[in-house]
Design a protein around this ligand. Structure first.
Ligand code: SF4
Ligand code: SF4
Length: 361
């Protein structure tokens, strides 16, 4: 019977610490036995904390200060940020996370620096098996492919480097990828505690191209999927809007989740990505015009710095670099939006086809 603890905070304040203390207290005997703990924030890209793309450094600070009361374990912070995994030090610096790690004496590592593990059709960094516990510290954001990204999807960062591109190749749709990511997170269900930073969340064209929105949400649970399901409901969205929830619901009875909250979140909402809008066309007609209803990425050439992160993230080989210019071949594009997600220069926009603008509301 999973519990989800939910509180309201209007800003990143020291008042977060007592909330974390109360939650960690529930797991104090387990925490005391740990020798190594992995801290897994969301460090998607080199974006400043004001953009709400990554876990806020102050959220991490108060969480770590609280955690240290309950454990003497070595704390190791690691992630694999999109196609920019080779430039992890820059991501840590820009997001403000390196500063927290220096102050709080946290070891920093790249997911790629540990031997990858291949198990049950998954590939993930060996650090996940090496540690006694994973503290999963997700950011609440909308997501162009999976609807929302929260605790379950944050486990995708355990997958090292370009192996993430292979997951997209094998599971191209948001629903298939969502199912697979739930199964990945379930491998670590017995050794993870999950937190969600939704104080300043990210809405609209998430996970990196939307806007910050103050929702005041902080949540914690031993069960990542239960937490995600409760937050999806709180935002007034159907549970399956977040595609990682669908597989979870085969194993979890939503009615059984116990919500522990003293706060009132009435009327909360979030702007959703254009790619997740619903078609109003009858199914019979949809089949005929399906290939004319699409959302495709397009490069804004003057903004493009030719960093080629988009090219490295494209599993469909739809992006090329010719004559010093980056191109997207729309015919080859499978609409996974990874290029859009990883571009740190705001140089890719999503363009809706004529019929998409008419029939998808
Ligand atoms: S579109 Fe963005 S990610 Fe791609 S090369 Fe240009 S700046 Fe880099
Ligand atoms: S070009 Fe298309 S297939 Fe390639 S990363 Fe971008 S959205 Fe995905």
């Amino acid at each position: 019977m999973p519990d989800v603890f939910l509180r309201k905070f209007s800003s990143y304040t020291p008042e977060l610490e007592p909330f974390f203390n109360g939650f960690f207290q529930l797991y104090s005997s387990r925490l005391l036995k740990c020798r190594k703990i992995l801290l897994k924030p969301n460090l998607l890209q080199a974006a400043t904390s004001e953009r709400a793309v990554t876990t806020h450094p102050e959220f991490l600070t108060y969480l770590v200060r609280s955690l240290k009361r309950f454990t003497r374990a070595e704390l190791i912070l690691a992630d694999s940020p999109g196609a920019n995994f080779n430039n992890f030090s820059n991501v840590l610096k820009i997001t403000g996370i390196q500063n927290v790690c220096d102050k709080e004496n946290i070891t920093v590592a790249r997911m790629e620096s540990f031997q990858p593990i291949e198990k049950d059709d998954f590939v993930y960094s060996g650090i996940a098996d090496e540690v006694d516990m994973i503290i999963n510290i997700a950011k609440l954001k909308t997501h162009s492919l999976t609807g929302l990204t929260m605790c379950v999807k944050n486990f995708f960062g355990l997958v090292p480097g370009t192996a993430k591109v292979a997951y997209h190749r094998r599971y191209p749709s948001g629903n298939d990828l969502g199912d697979k990511l739930y199964s990945l997170s379930a491998l670590f269900a017995d050794k993870s505690l999950n937190f969600l930073d939704g104080i300043i969340a990210h809405e609209g064209e998430g996970p990196s191209r939307g806007k910050p929105v103050n929702l005041g949400i902080v949540a914690a649970s031993e069960n990542a999927a239960a937490l995600d399901i409760e937050i999806t409901k709180l935002l007034g969205l159907p549970v399956n809007f977040c595609t990682t929830n669908a597989e979870a619901m085969k194993f979890l009875d939503v009615e059984e989740i116990k919500l522990n909250t003293g706060a009132c979140f009435d009327g909360l909402s979030i702007k959703t990505p254009v790619s997740m809008k619903k078609s109003i066309i009858p199914d019979s007609i949809k089949k005929i015009v399906a290939d004319k209803i699409y959302v495709k990425p397009e490069i804004i050439q003057p903004k493009c710095t030719k960093c080629l992160l988009c090219l490295k993230s494209c599993y469909a080989d739809a992006i090329t670099f010719e004559n010093k210019t980056v191109f997207i071949n729309k015919e080859l594009c499978k609409e996974c939006f990874c290029c859009y997600e990883v571009c740190e220069d705001d140089a890719i926009k999503l363009k809706r086809s004529f019929l998409h603008r008419i029939f998808v509301k």
